[in-house]
Design a protein around this ligand. Structure first.
Ligand code: KG4
Ligand code: ZN
Length: 392
């Protein structure tokens, strides 16, 4: 019989969603998300002080609802003795927003005498494809190394996972993230916040070939991304269309299709380069001549050590992004003979910010992280995936 997994109550207040979950290993027993989208809509982005205020107003109710859904409240009594630990996001994220979750975790830790496991929000997005529904205790065997692609409102990163806890950042955005770029372009045409899912719907009725927007980072020999040039080019196009009074409903759909196409083209361009790298540990970038010969069939593509690709983060809910990545993996299979499967969170709600992924990550950490004084924990707004926080 397998070891009984510990039950963890997890909190995420890193950005604009107040989320509390109860997990057992990789199983989601409850996941509550209080969205603040309506509050931030009029600003076209997240307003940190308003986010903090809404987290403070919602957190207690979210904790109670998560405990109730997980069956840990009976006759109005909280059965906190069933919990082994609390988990909370300490970064990266908005400092005032992170603060609320950390303070609440400290309060509960004192009240229930529980340890706190601190979690990195990007690591949690990267591991989110491992979540499974309640009562599904069939753990899939992971075939490491894995390439995790985290594409969200705050981050766009390629992470090589040699094992849980062993991460190497292969590439990241040098300016805006992909989700941020979509949201900012949406704001230019008054689509509301977050604009990513709205652009996805509009793009289905648009002509992606109407305008050629720039494909960035193709001249640099690394796996990094950049989306601010695309944002500027889209802004100039919007201004021109406005000036000529041509920004009609069809133009908005065409713009959505053109923008989405280039955001995803860049991610796939760099994914292909990662797969064609002959030495990922040294982040060796395949040169243009080498790639040309592979594509012409003159030489075979090197067999990458990557065995699985995991996609997470808010933008990973996008069907066009998912299909484009599957296509890149299929093309790579033709060139190298190696089949690589794409894994996604089992439900779209686990692409966006959620505390279940925080609890999942904490479950991996619980046995190997030395305990610390919960009351000394502090937020780390700029935390990177392979940073070791002093508080841990
Ligand atoms: O992971 P997430 O909820 O928060 C961060 O950690 O940033 O990601 C939010 C981002 C927003 O930029 C939003 O526009 C984008 O994910 N997003 C989408 C879709 N759903 C959410 N972008 C494109 N297509 C979607 N369907
Ligand atoms: Zn996130």
């Amino acid at each position: 019989m397998g070891k009984v997994k510990k039950i963890i109550l997890a909190i995420d207040t890193s950005c604009d969603d107040t989320s509390v979950a109860v997990v057992q290993g990789t199983q989601v027993l409850a996941n509550i998300v209080a969205s603040q989208a309506i509050i931030h809509q009029q600003y076209g982005g997240v307003f940190p002080t308003l986010a903090k205020q809404a987290h403070q107003e919602n957190i207690e109710a979210c904790v109670n609802l998560a405990l109730k859904r997980a069956g840990l409240i009976k006759n109005k009594k909280i059965n906190y003795q069933k919990l082994s630990a609390l988990a909370v996001t300490i970064g990266p994220g908005l400092a005032p927003a992170l603060e609320v979750g950390i303070q609440h975790a400290k309060k509960l830790a004192k009240l229930w005498n529980l340890p706190i496991i601190t979690v990195n929000h990007i690591e949690a997005h990267a591991l989110s494809p491992l979540l499974v529904p309640k009562n599904n205790d069939q753990r899939r065997k992971i075939n490491f190394p894995v390439l995790a692609i985290v594409i969200s409102g705050g981050h766009s990163e390629f992470i090589l996972i040699e094992d849980i806890g062993q991460y190497q950042r292969l590439g990241w955005t040098v300016d805006d993230s992909a989700g941020e770029c979509l949201d900012k372009i949406g704001r230019m045409i008054d689509l509301g916040y977050p604009a990513g899912p709205i652009l996805e719907k509009l793009a289905k009725q648009g002509n992606a070939e109407r305008w050629q927007l720039p494909l960035a980072m193709t001249a640099v020999s690394n796996f990094n991304l950049s989306f601010s040039g695309l944002k500027t080019a889209a802004g100039q196009l919007v201004n021109q269309l406005n000036k000529n009074q041509e920004l009609n409903a069809q133009a908005v759909c065409d713009l959505a299709a053109c923008v989405q196409k280039q955001v995803f083209a860049q991610i796939n361009y760099k994914l292909e380069k990662i797969l064609l790298s002959s030495n990922l540990a040294e982040k060796k970038y395949p040169n243009a001549q080498f790639c040309k010969k592979i594509k012409k069939g003159v030489i075979k593509a090197p067999v990458t050590k990557i065995n699985e690709v995991w996609l997470g983060g808010g933008v990973s809910a996008n069907i066009a992004l998912r299909s484009s990545i599957r296509k890149t993996l299929k093309n790579y299979q033709k060139l190298s003979g190696k089949k690589i499967k794409l894994y996604l969170p089992y439900h779209k709600k686990f692409c966006a910010d959620n505390a279940a992924m925080i609890g999942l990550s904490a479950g991996f950490l619980i046995d190997r992280k030395k305990s610390s004084n919960p009351q000394s924990l502090d937020r780390q707004p700029n935390l990177k995936i392979n940073d070791f926080c002093q508080a841990c």
